[in-house]
Design a protein around this ligand. Structure first.
Ligand SMILES: Cc1ncc(COP(=O)(O)O)c(C=O)c1O
Length: 457
């Protein structure tokens, strides 16, 4: 049952939001990287270690049985959150490990020449495992293109699907552009060629209702720490019949039913995929995080983030010479990547930190996409349900000051090493996407670029 959405009340649940950085109240806008933890989650970790710490599935004594019960129940709680059964939920360390598990286990049955389809907007965690397995097994990895507005090009996606495509793995929400991909449609397309359809749900499950049955994905991956849970606990969802067929990724204790010196039989789901002592406290705390998110209401979270995003796009748009990447507000989540003139994104992030504002600067673990956009990186503000419009105002004020500061520095020639060529206008961003190999006007006019003022086209 969801409560009335009261952001002031919600903020009281997060002790860290009262932290001062450089004498300023923390404005935490790096939620795509990791989210803050409410008191309930912190307390559940403490309570577990103080009252219930014992290894699971092994002891016949009361404390071990209670730890087992809580850990198993956590699978059911997380499963229900995405409309899956407990046995379809495997706890991993994070989304990266979930995707590696899939890459190793699924690719073991593929043959040379088989194809894997990804998109150009994937996080490294949904590129590198496939790419490396493809190298080992002679598979081909294709990348569906993106449009000039940062949405997925469905025609490109369709054109790369064929009867050799065995796996399609797509991010639900881009951690760089904020784009929300139409996973329901992509699922149908992938299944039309009998490919396995995987959703990287790292940036969706924490922020919007996700129903794996409705999407009809075969597998999904996400991380607990991006949804108010602790670090070190992640999730792999898999359809029961597919998990049953899939070979295990890690071998050892707890994932077996029977072992002889010659061979082994696997445990039932989901334990077959959870070798060794798992992150018991983490799993239990993740369930607490899910209960907390459900109480707030995932629809409320999505609505609040959408309002923040629209406000942020409007306020950021006031900054002269800013380039904002990604689609319009209705097609994006609460992630906004931007560059301010030619100031290096690391400088932008370091500068706004003086005002207590935590944003990310860099390639956001999507180097191929950054390269495609001809940027070394961007600054990125990413919101969660505890953020406010006032915090966006603090960010915008700090960015305006950054612009003043760096233009003065540029005049005194102190920061020449920081200057980089970025697509300087929205048009140029589109230009770059349409033709990645061709130089944009700004690049051709590299030496003429001024630090302030949009280049006239
Ligand atoms: C879309 C996406 N996929 C995968 C990951 C990897 O998550 P983790 O580092 O928790 O494994 C991230 C992290 O930022 C992400 O944004």
């Amino acid at each position: 049952m969801s409560q009335m959405f009261d952001v002031c009340k919600i903020r009281n649940d997060f002790p860290i939001l009262r932290t001062k950085i450089n004498d300023k109240l923390l404005v935490y806008l790096d939620n795509a990287a990791t989210t803050q933890k409410p008191k309930k989650v912190l307390k559940s970790i403490k309570k577990y270690y103080e009252t219930t710490n014992a290894n699971i599935h092994r002891g016949v004594y009361k404390m071990s049985e209670e730890a087992t019960r809580l850990y198993e129940e956590a699978h059911a709680v997380v499963g229900k959150f995405i409309n899956a059964a407990a046995e379809e939920i495997v706890f991993t360390r994070n989304a990266t490990e979930s995707l590696n598990l899939l890459a190793y286990s699924l690719c073991s049955s593929l043959n040379a020449g088989d194809e894997i389809l990804l998109t150009q907007m994937e996080h490294h965690s949904n590129i590198v495992p496939w790419q490396q397995l493809a190298k080992q097994r002679g598979l081909k990895v294709n990348y569906a293109e993106i449009n000039a507005d940062g949405t997925l090009n469905i025609e490109s996606f369709k054109s790369l699907l064929n009867n050799k495509t065995r796996i399609v793995s797509v991010t639900h929400v881009s951690n760089f552009l904020g784009t929300i991909n139409p996973v329901d449609e992509l699922s149908k397309l992938a299944h039309s060629v009998n490919a396995i359809f995987i959703v990287d749900a790292s940036q969706s499950v924490p922020h919007m209702p996700v129903d794996v049955k409705k999407i009809n994905c075969d597998f999904a991956a996400f991380s607990g720490h991006k949804m108010c849970g602790p670090t070190g606990i992640g999730v792999l969802y898999g359809k029961k019949e597919l998990l049953e067929k899939l070979p295990p990724f890690l071998f050892g204790g707890d994932m077996i039913k029977e072992v002889t010196f010659e061979d082994s039989k696997w445990n039932e789901l989901p334990w077959k995929f959870e070798a060794g002592t798992p992150h018991i406290a983490g799993g239990i705390a993740l369930a607490e995080a899910v209960k907390y998110l459900k109480k707030i209401g995932v629809e409320n979270i999505q609505k609040h983030e959408r309002e923040l995003t629209m406000y942020a796009l409007q306020r950021l748009g006031e900054i002269p010479n800013i380039t904002i990447y990604g689609p319009s507000a209705e097609k994006r989540s609460g992630i906004t990547s931007f560059n301010v003139g030619q100031i290096h994104p690391h400088d932008v992030a370091a500068f706004v930190d003086r005002f207590g504002v935590a944003i990310r600067g860099g390639h956001h673990c999507a180097m191929p996409l950054a390269k495609l956009l001809c940027v070394t990186g961007t600054a990125r503000a990413s919101f969660y349900f505890y953020n406010t419009k006032e915090e966006i105002d603090v960010l915008v004020d700090a960015l305006k000051k950054a612009q003043e500061f760096f233009s003065m520095s540029e005049n005194s020639n102190n920061l020449t090493n920081n200057l980089k060529t970025y697509p300087n206008t929205k048009n140029e961003f589109s230009e770059r996407l349409k033709n990645p190999s061709q130089k944009t006007k700004n690049e051709e006019n590299k030496n003429k670029i001024k630090i302030q003022g949009v280049i006239e086209e």
